[in-house]
Design a protein around this ligand. Structure first.
Ligand SMILES: Cc1cc2nc3c(=O)[nH]c(=O)nc-3n(C[C@H](O)[C@H](O)[C@H](O)COP(=O)(O)OP(=O)(O)OC[C@H]3O[C@@H](n4cnc5c(N)ncnc54)[C@H](O)[C@@H]3O)c2cc1C
Length: 499
């Protein structure tokens, strides 16, 4: 058997391609096995958020992705009579140097992701090949692959990551189970070109007579989703004449070209365990969410970002394999929060009883008038337990969350900080490090950056901090409240990665 790869990835969808790219850019030897000869041509995801855009920036593809996106000013939930029950800005400023949300065209994004990964010298992709079997041999995983000619090939890798989607073969074969968070609703999803006069917002129409989603997609696409009633059959509902009837209240159906329609059952599922031995799961293989908040693929891309730097350290023998346990323990609670929010949103949207819907609308409107919290929570939750500074004084609220990415002055005018100082471990400080600290940072392989602009000073003062230590996935590992605490912070980081 040939020299093992560092990491084998089953599945070259958006998650597998992101993981391959993040590993490949740092020289990790990756083998990708993908069954389908071409990118899946039907868009499923239509929305991603600012954290995902920062990950694309890390991959060096943000500028190629931007033309595939479009801004949508807001997302709304409408009641049975069209009243606005919930309104969330979807093109807002964030502290990540990107807009809060983007609508995009999934097949085009996947093409960019695949081309990027395949262009990396350490990434080899076997397209049109299917993973048929694998065996964890203790020090590596042995793979059996059906290649594009129908022949059987063998390969091995130190780790196997199943990015093979909802029906994941890797998950089933590894015996990893999904927990059912209980949601099961049938919807027909329709993508069209040429629609005119639709709301500029992304709208959840919570009409009990026909719960409907209207999404302005990118590249001229519009997405409609219609919930099916219990007496409606999938095959009837995906017929062009039925779809035209469903769309008629919203558009002149003679204007639109139906590009595709499919009935989906929206589920809420989460892996009880994200890995066993040398086999790990990422993306839809590990979790599935109802799509009401547009977060399924986002969660998978975050998985890839969380896993990539840890896998790299392990295969380079800079950290013990034990750090990989933090992957599932950090990602699991984060994904669970998003799935639960999507279920809660789904319960609002999917109400088909008119009396219940009336009561819902009255209660939500009253809460909105009182200026109470919106029924739909947005904002990124913190990660679960894992590689973070353990402190007796209690954890600071910025830990486990994304570090800000300021825009900074650069030779070409203005740049995003990650592009200037890189994406390795970073210490962001309120003041310039002195020579002694500079030496410590160098020995610890941590880049120091004094965010000493007015904006930076204000940020550190607001949080009562002098410095934050940022992991390669842009998440805050720990903080220093005074300059005196910085050496201990660096030591804690080193200890967490090598223990
Ligand atoms: C209607 C709908 C709307 C959605 N909207 C959004 C949204 O707005 N925002 C969002 O973030 N998410 C959204 N999602 C979710 C999003 O589409 C998925 O989370 C995402 O596509 C999953 O990516 P993945 O890479 O994990 O899996 P997939 O895209 O399913 O890729 C898996 C790959 O693995 C390959 N494969 C499988 N088995 C094997 C094997 N044995 N050997 C080799 N290859 C194999 C497959 O061919 C495939 O290419 C939506 C989903 C739906 C259905």
């Amino acid at each position: 058997m040939s020299e093992p790869h560092d990491v084998a990835i089953c599945g070259f969808g958006p998650v597998g391609a992101t993981l391959a790219g993040l590993l490949g850019r740092n020289g990790v030897r990756v083998l990708v096995v993908e069954r389908d000869p071409e990118v899946y041509q039907l868009p499923r995801a239509v929305h991603f958020d600012h954290e995902v855009m920062r990950i694309f920036q890390t991959l060096g593809i943000a500028e190629s992705v931007l033309p595939l996106t479009r801004a949508t000013p807001r997302a709304q939930f409408w009641g049975a009579d069209g009243q606005i029950l919930v309104e969330v800005p979807w093109d807002a400023d964030t502290n990540q140097a990107w807009r809060s949300d983007y609508m995009f065209h999934q097949p085009s994004l996947e093409r960019v992701l695949r081309d990027t990964a395949e262009g990396m010298p350490s990434v080899g992709a076997r397209i049109g090949s299917e993973l048929l079997g694998f065996r964890d041999a203790g020090d590596r995983v042995e793979l059996e692959i059906r290649d594009r000619t129908g022949g059987t090939a063998f390969a091995s890798a130190r780790y196997l990551v199943g990015c093979d989607g909802a029906n994941s073969f890797v998950r089933r074969k590894a015996g990893l189970e999904l927990e059912d968070l209980i949601f099961d609703e049938p919807w027909v999803v329709v993508d069209v070109l040429g629609a005119k006069g639709l709301p500029e917002a992304a709208v959840q129409v919570c009409d009990p007579a026909r719960p409907t989603t209207l999404v302005p997609g990118a590249l001229g696409f519009n997405r409609f989703e219609f919930m099916l009633r219990p007496d409606e059959r999938d095959e009837d509902m995906a017929r062009p004449e039925t779809l035209r009837e469903l769309m008629a209240p919203w558009v002149d159906v003679d204007d639109v070209e139906i590009v595709r329609a499919a009935v989906y059952r929206f589920h809420a599922l989460l892996a009880r365990q994200w890995s066993v031995g040398r086999v790990l799961l990422a993306g839809d293989a590990a979790h599935q969410t109802p799509p009401f908040l547009g977060q399924g693929m986002c969660a998978g891309i975050r998985d890839a970002m969380n896993l990539a730097w840890k896998l790299q350290r392990v295969v380079e023998r800079r950290s013990p394999p034990a750090i990989l346990a933090s992957y599932g323990s950090e990602r699991g609670p984060h994904v669970r929060t998003f799935i639960q929010r999507a279920i809660d949103a789904g319960r609002i949207i999917c109400t088909q009883d008119p009396d219940v819907a009336r009561g819902r609308d009255e209660a939500m409107l009253a809460a909105r008038e009182r200026g109470g919290a919106q029924a739909v929570e947005t904002g990124l939750p913190p990660l679960g337990d894992g590689l973070f500074q353990a402190t007796e004084a209690g954890e600071h609220p910025v830990v486990r969350r994304l570090a800000p990415q300021p825009r900074v002055a650069s030779a070409s005018g203005e740049a995003r900080l990650d592009d200037v100082i890189g994406t390795g471990p970073r210490l962001m400080l309120a003041v310039e490090p002195d020579a002694e600290l500079g030496g410590r940072l160098e020995r610890a392989n941590v880049v120091g950056y004094a965010w000493s602009s007015e904006e930076g000073q204000a940020w550190f003062a607001r949080h009562g901090l002098q410095a934050i230590l940022v992991r390669p996935d842009h998440v805050v590992f720990g903080v220093a409240r005074s300059a005196r605490e910085v050496p201990a912070l660096l030591a804690d980081f080193e200890a967490a990665l090598t223990a």
